[in-house]
Design a binder for this molecule. Structure first.
Ligand code: SF4
Ligand code: SF4
Length: 81
């Protein structure tokens, strides 16, 4: 099963519960569901699109999808302009 919130796709079938994505996220987007032993993508509007969670996941269970219309993404790029 894959669910999407238009920014992050997560496939719980591939997830092995290693917590690496949870530990990698430096903002509050990824919380941990200790019962299910899976990440919860809670505050996706705060996602910085750093791709750390996607990069650390050895099971390819996370796909970060930047939203080009997002004001936050534009602010991110304008920092480097
Ligand atoms: S890094 Fe990947 S396998 Fe590990 S908990 Fe996160 S989604 Fe699951
Ligand atoms: S892309 Fe970065 S900020 Fe967004 S959920 Fe993943 S680790 Fe957190």
């Amino acid at each position: 099963m894959i669910y999407t919130n238009h920014k992050i796709e997560f496939d719980p079938e591939k997830c092995v519960g290693c917590q690496l994505c949870y530990k990698a996220c430096f903002v509050d987007v990824i919380r941990w569901d200790s019962e299910a032993k899976k990440p919860i993508f809670k505050y996706v509007e705060d996602c910085e699109h750093c791709f750390y969670c996607q990069s650390v996941c050895k099971k390819d269970a996370i796909k970060v999808i930047p939203d080009p219309s997002s004001e936050r993404l534009h602010q991110h790029f304008e920092r480097y302009a």
